[in-house]
Design a protein around this ligand. Sequence first.
Ligand code: CUA
Length: 311
Amino acid sequence: MTQSHWLASASTQAESFDRLFLGLSIFSGLIILLVAALLIGFSIRFRSGSKATRHNVPGLHRREIEIGWIAATAFAALFIFWWATSLNLQFQEPPDGSIEIHVTAKQWMWKASHENGARELGTLHVPVGQPVKLYLESQDVIHSFFVPAFRLKQDVVPGRTIIAWFKATEPGTYELLCAEYCGTGHSRMRGEVVVMTPDDFARWLGDQSEGSTLVAAGRDLFTSVGCSGCHAPASAVHAPDLNGLYGREVPLADGRTITADAAYLRDSILLPRRDVVAGYEPIMPDFAKLLDEDEVEALVAYIRSLGDNDQ
Ligand code: CUA
């Protein structure tokens, strides 16, 4: 069963767990049918006014019957236990030679970094047909890494590194969700897993020079942490436009002039009230507590790239 019509099935786990689910459904369905048939049959046979005998019900306490049904149900329960547990154990231990990816969860985004240092935000690129081992970490609260198409759902707990793995079977783009309530942005904490052919993946990974990844991460952050709310050119709030800012001389409110270099951008994000641009109110909130080092670096890289485009 590679494809069920309501939910894509795109990993080896998905196939195994779907088979287990189908097995359990058939087994429970048969029991429901048996009980329902007996219920209906007896209701008709022993309806009020029927001539069926109501005494001397034969043989229900015969020893063989007792032993027979207890043994049969015990065997069925053990079989199901063995089936489910062996699958669980099998998908606990990542196979040797897995690709390793570090995934960090934080309110409210997924960050991934690859073995060659490439990083991505909100998206996870992986090759098809190769086991992928994830090191899951949380920077704040409990999140849960959930890819429905892979039937993979793993809690991510702060202070621990949790290992999970999967092997994608079908190239495509699949939803990545957070499945543990983690604050007001929980429902927005989603992303994508992009499954590529091994060649495409190798090419993609090779193309991820550190700079371009940082810029892309910065661009995403610019929207997700709210910079674009005030700094977008069309914004209603009066805040400096950042296009072409990098490298320019900026007049400050206290009469000094400063060059908009990386250090200035960095300070302006972390301590926005220190060097206020002439003609603007000091209304920007401090981001020092909201952003970590990587994120500030990414934002600065993005704002730098805005400068390059415009000159
Ligand atoms: Cu992260 Cu819910």
